[in-house]
Design a protein around this ligand. Sequence first.
Ligand SMILES: NC(=O)C1=CN([C@@H]2O[C@H](COP(=O)(O)OP(=O)(O)OC[C@H]3O[C@@H](n4cnc5c(N)ncnc54)[C@H](OP(=O)(O)O)[C@@H]3O)[C@@H](O)[C@H]2O)C=CC1
Ligand SMILES: CC(C)(CO)C(=O)C(=O)O
Length: 322
Amino acid sequence: MRIIVYGVGAIGGVLAGALARSGAEVIGIARGRMLEAVQQKGLRLMSPDLDEVIRVPMVGSPSEIDFRPDDAILLCMKTQDTQPALEALRMAGVTDQPVFCTQNGVANEPMALRFFPNVHGMTVMLPGTYLTPGEVVSHCTPKLGMFDIGRFPYGKDAADDALVDALWKAGFAAFVKPDVMASKYGKLLLNLGNISGAAFGSAAPDGDLRKAAQREARTVYEAAGITFADVSNADERRDAYIRVAEVPGAPAMSNSTLQSFQRGNSVETDFLNGEICYLGRLHGVKTPVNDALMALAVRMLRERIEPGALDLQATLHESGLA
Ligand SMILES: NC(=O)C1=CN([C@@H]2O[C@H](COP(=O)(O)OP(=O)(O)OC[C@H]3O[C@@H](n4cnc5c(N)ncnc54)[C@H](OP(=O)(O)O)[C@@H]3O)[C@@H](O)[C@H]2O)C=CC1
Ligand SMILES: CC(C)(CO)C(=O)C(=O)O
């Protein structure tokens, strides 16, 4: 299996670097300053246990790849960037190769299935950072990250087994899960706090707000008949494989939405909290907390508010959530 990592940022960078380091056949697709930096200097991969510069073959577009039947494509861009990426893959000749949605949320798999027949979900449990072009960080040990993997909408096949095998060899923990979407709905609950972390800072005492957003999501899941797996700290695999530890010389751990704001990019909130609002609207459940968190993202983008600059209590009062 050759592995095409599409979107080399925090997650794609750690995956491409570690897979290349393990001897797997890998091609990364990157853009902008990340592409330039990796082509010039290689990719610096840092973790609590590792600090290495790795040579990873890197191109700027799928059109530069001669796709093969044994390719597996890992989508590692944020959800708002997925549709143009799928279009570019199709124009480059991808047909029925497995496409793995290595992303948060649950919107990428149905989107990919409109383009390609062979779609797989991946739950990403890998606190990663990309702030400096050419450098990526995994904040966990003893493994670089952990994944649940299975076919969308349900099932497993040989491609799941082959990818899981390659990931273990590259220093990750990975598990085939025929019901991967239950794992992804469970992970989505953990991402409902990404935007409050971005607004109020990683250390803000916003636990009650996060819990309220999650309670609302569980009510919506119940109304929609969606089952989910608990992949929070209650999942014992976290303690065995992905304990967070200091990475000397690296930026402090932060969530992926906060990093998007720091890099001046668009954010994924429409597909995280927005998924709960969408399901609530479909199933007649009000979602005031997630609506307010969506509005918070819009306000930050519109008013160009720096991450961590908002006051939690004042914002709760203004949005009627206090
Ligand atoms: N970071 C984390 O800790 C975690 C992230 N996740 C999830 O993983 C997914 C990826 O997140 P993350 O790695 O943080 O995101 P990043 O923004 O760090 O990386 C995505 C990269 O893809 C690039 N990209 C987007 N579209 C294209 C394209 N068409 N061609 C080439 N490159 C492209 C982006 O470029 P540009 O910067 O120019 O936009 C960016 O460099 C998200 O769904 C996220 O929610 C899950 C668990 C943890
Ligand atoms: C759970 C968390 C916050 C870990 O980094 C994540 O998935 C993200 O950053 O998007």
